[in-house]
Design a protein around this ligand. Structure first.
Ligand SMILES: [Zn+2]
Length: 362
């Protein structure tokens, strides 16, 4: 029987190997960049970082009354997002600056790290980094002559659903001549790279450092660039205001007042609903993220093809993941479907395990 498709769901852990900070140490990392005179931040950028930390300091006064972890980037982003929506003075600028801090921190930390090579080709000149290899496997780009794995029969292309703001996978796909399909509806696509024949859905649930919108115009127009650097100094086609990265906090899902990302979430639901094998990489499914748990439950309740769920963590997170996902996927049938490969994070998984799982059914 032909295999239908794999769907890869990526969390922050999938970018951590490239140097991206995690939620709990994101603000510490941004602080370190601010303190380091050689971090690459200019004076204007430093002011924007500082204004975020000032706002955080103000919020701390109220922290005695509520249980919010303001040192966690997700919580801080969520609070600022709400503050802006209710018109709290200074919140709009602070939110803009926080969005800037997030994408700039990702740019500086990921840019600083050597990407990890994957060694498994007989010909060393074909070695590539783990993100490129991942993109090639997902898109079935043949990496060698007579690569039989590239011709495995599948009835639908694989796809990637990610919570991450960074453009690691986007860039890897472009280097491998694979065109990321963002499922944004009719976005204003300003990517410089030509669309190639191979297309893979790259569904970014919380937005992307490479996507922008106008902070002033009350419309749903989304501009798409190759990455954050490509969007710099670009302005709104309507009002000429500088564009702002389109990223949203995880809390955004609950009170979505804007339709920017509605087609993206719909596409993710369709993908998970039709996955035959679902990979969950570097995402811990925290109980606080109830919205996504419901989303997953809803999509999987309508999935009649699901055979396996492969959960990839680092070593430290594996036992906890077994508990979390064991509870999430209940029932005897589900227990047989859950796999926890002994991989140590994303790079190790791509290097040593990915083909074993993707190589076909059974
Ligand atoms: Zn505008």
């Amino acid at each position: 029987m032909p295999f239908k498709k794999n769907v890869f769901l990526l969390g922050a852990g999938a970018s951590a190997d490239a140097g991206a900070p995690l939620m709990w140490n994101f603000l510490q990392t941004a602080q370190a960049l601010l303190r380091d005179p050689r971090s690459g931040l200019d004076d204007e950028e430093r002011k924007r970082f500082e204004s975020v930390f000032r706002y955080q300091f103000q919020l701390r006064k109220a922290q005695a009354f509520v249980d919010v972890d303001l040192d966690n980037i997700e919580d801080l982003f969520g609070v600022l997002d709400l503050d802006e929506r209710v018109g709290q003075p200074g919140a709009k600028a602070a939110r803009e600056n926080l969005v800037f801090l997030i994408v700039r921190t990702l740019e500086l930390t990921i840019g600083r790290t050597e990407l990890h090579p994957v060694y498994w080709e007989p010909d060393p000149s074909r070695n590539v980094n783990a993100w490129d290899r991942f993109a090639q496997v997902v898109a079935r780009v043949p990496v060698a002559k007579n690569d039989r794995r590239a011709s495995l029969v599948k009835t639908e292309p694989d796809s990637i659903v990610t919570f991450n703001y960074d453009t690691l996978i986007d860039a890897a796909m472009l280097r491998s001549a694979v065109h990321p399909e963002f499922c944004l509806g009719d976005a204003d696509d300003r990517r410089t790279s030509p669309a190639s024949a191979a297309k893979i859905r790259l569904i970014k649930l919380h937005g992307s450092a490479g996507w922008s919108h106008c902070p002033l115009c009350d419309d749903d127009r989304v501009y798409v660039f190759d990455d954050y650097a490509g969007s710099r100094a670009k302005t709104c086609a309507t009002c000429n205001a500088p564009l702002s990265p389109l990223i949203v906090p995880p809390t955004w899902d609950k009170g979505a007042s804007r339709s920017y990302l509605a087609p993206v979430w719909k596409a993710a639901w369709d993908e998970i609903r039709t996955a035959q094998r679902l990979f969950i990489v570097g995402y811990s499914a925290p109980s606080s993220d109830r919205h996504f748990r419901y989303f997953l439950a809803s999509a999987l309740a309508n999935n009649y093809d699901l055979q396996d769920v492969v959960v990839v963590t680092d070593e430290a997170g594996r036992e906890k993941a077994k508990t979390t996902y064991g509870a999430l996927f209940t029932g005897a049938a589900a227990a047989h479907r859950l796999h926890f490969p002994e991989a140590h994070g994303f790079v190790n998984f791509v290097s040593n395990y990915l083909w074993h799982f993707v190589g076909g059914p059974g």
